[in-house]
Design a protein around this ligand. Structure first.
Ligand SMILES: Nc1ncnc2c1ncn2[C@@H]1O[C@H](COP(=O)(O)OP(=O)(O)OP(=O)(O)O)[C@@H](O)[C@H]1O
Ligand SMILES: [Mg+2]
Length: 444
């Protein structure tokens, strides 16, 4: 029986293209999601706490290719469904939590560019959030028969009490003036300011009459303000997702690395105490980023104490109450299920169009296992890529049998690219010089 396809062509193509390119699908991810139910539940409760005006902090730790980015993306989609605003970015040499040469502001700008809401899941949502703030204040003014000015002012006053809040409120007020008078320039300048895109105070002052801008030192304060602001606009909170945390571990200068870890400690302490309102962090990183005693978070004693993995957990025993979530590898059963899902997506949901039977999936898994051992299911990126490629070949060559092709699949074990340290240009004066790199011999 042919069922009507439940899979939209757009989702199908996006999923298959991403899998073949070895990246996490931007849409249609639910079609291939497998496993991780406890991890997802833990994050759902975090999201509920944030939406309730609380705070959350999680480190998602997994080996290279274990599925961290996939998981973070999934958490983000759930947060959007729960009416949070999400922002996300990869850490990089020029995007850090702490810096003195603009790299922290650059992280902030990247986060804000990627700001997403349920109706704008692909980013660029800040303007819409500000617009909603204004329209909900206008609505309130109508209902309570006050002037729009006083409705907006009373909301902004609540922001002004926080560090950096005065300028933030002034900028939103400037947006409102632009909204009221039809001045598009001032509106777009206000959005640029909120996205951390002003590089100098002089420019900001000329454009908006404010004396400060988002700086390296004020990034965390601005995230807290943004969390309050999105709540005032009618969203439930702000979720900040940071991936590729290993880039901090790779910083060559001890001083720069330590300053970044101090910043993480500050955020962690704040969130575990529940200080920020409606704000949560999810950070994705590899085990060395967390546990390397010389260069990982554990090298910073205060963090090690707070992040020490529950010694009772492991070997099938799990604990999702601490700040660290360990993403184990997928299991062979997970991978089998994943292959069935990819086959299903490829056939656009029509079982009659499946290009190979269940036996074919098993033969494919056997083949991969013989070639690269357990890593075919633990770090499934290349397995998934090869499988999607195989389907593409079978699809385009109708005379071909799956039996003849499975054994021809070339698969190589994935290797973590070199974790060479990144040289600093701006922080060479910080305490401590470049470490000599003992990574070659480093084992967990
Ligand atoms: N839960 C899952 N369900 C389905 N597929 C998954 C899942 N987790 C991972 N994958 C597959 O594995 C691939 C690799 O995952 P991902 O890119 O998230 O790994 P990673 O841990 O972020 O890797 P890296 O260390 O390189 O950043 C994904 O593109 C996806 O195809
Ligand atoms: Mg990743």
């Amino acid at each position: 029986m042919t069922r009507p396809s439940a899979i939209r062509p757009r989702d199908r193509d996006a999923v298959l293209q991403s899998l073949r390119a070895g990246v996490v699908p931007r849409r249609g991810q639910h079609l291939v999601q497998v496993g991780r139910s406890q991890e997802v539940s833990a994050l759902i409760s975090d999201i509920a706490r944030i939406a309730d005006g609380g705070a959350a902090f999680r480190l998602v730790i997994g080996e290279y290719g274990a599925g961290k980015t996939f998981f973070l993306h999934l958490v983000r989609l759930i947060a959007l469904q729960k009416r949070l605003v999400t922002v996300h970015a990869d850490l990089a040499p020029d995007r850090r939590l702490h810096a003195t040469g603009g790299q922290a502001r650059s992280l902030y700008s990247e986060l804000m560019r990627n700001a997403a809401t349920r109706s704008k899941p692909d980013g660029g949502a800040i303007a819409g959030v500000v617009e909603r703030f204004v329209s909900s204040a206008l609505q309130e003014a109508r209902e309570s028969e006050t002037t729009p000015q006083s409705a907006i002012r009373s909301r902004l006053d609540a922001l002004s009490d926080f560090t950096g809040g005065y300028a933030f409120a002034e900028v939103v007020a400037a947006y409102w003036r632009g909204h009221d008078s039809g001045d598009e320039q001032i509106k777009s300048d206000a959005i640029r300011w909120l996205r951390g895109e002003f590089a100098t105070k002089t420019d900001a002052r000329a454009a908006l009459g404010v004396r400060t801008i988002v700086t390296d030192a004020s990034v965390y304060d601005h995230l807290k303000l943004m969390a309050l602001f999105v709540r005032q606009a009618g969203y439930h909170g702000l979720l900040v997702c940071l991936d590729e945390m290993v880039n901090l571990y790779k910083l060559a200068h001890t001083g720069a690395r330590k300053a970044n870890y101090e910043q993480i400690l500050r955020v962690l302490n704040d969130c575990l105490q529940g200080t920020p309102e409606g704000l949560g962090f999810v950070l994705g990183g590899t085990p060395e980023f967390l546990m390397d005693p010389r260069k990982g978070l554990y090298s910073y004693e205060a963090l090690q104490t707070r992040l020490a993995v529950n010694t009772f957990a492991g070997d099938g025993v799990v604990d999702f109450t601490g700040p660290v979530i360990s993403l184990g590898g997928l299991t062979p059963e997970d991978l089998y299920l994943l292959l069935t899902k990819i086959r299903h997506v490829h056939a656009a949901g029509d079982e009659e169009k499946y290009l190979l039977p269940d036996d074919g999936l098993r033969a494919f898994m056997r083949h991969c296992s013989e070639r690269i051992g357990d890593s075919y299911f633990r770090t499934p990126r290349s397995t998934v890529k090869q499988f999607a490629d195989l389907l593409a070949v079978l699809d385009q060559n109708p005379g071909m049998t799956w039996e003849s092709q499975v054994s021809r699949v070339e698969i190589a074990e994935e290797r973590n690219p070199d974790l060479a340290p990144i040289e600093d240009d701006d922080e060479a004066t910080d305490s401590g010089g470049p470490d000599d790199d003992g990574l070659a011999s480093f084992r967990l």
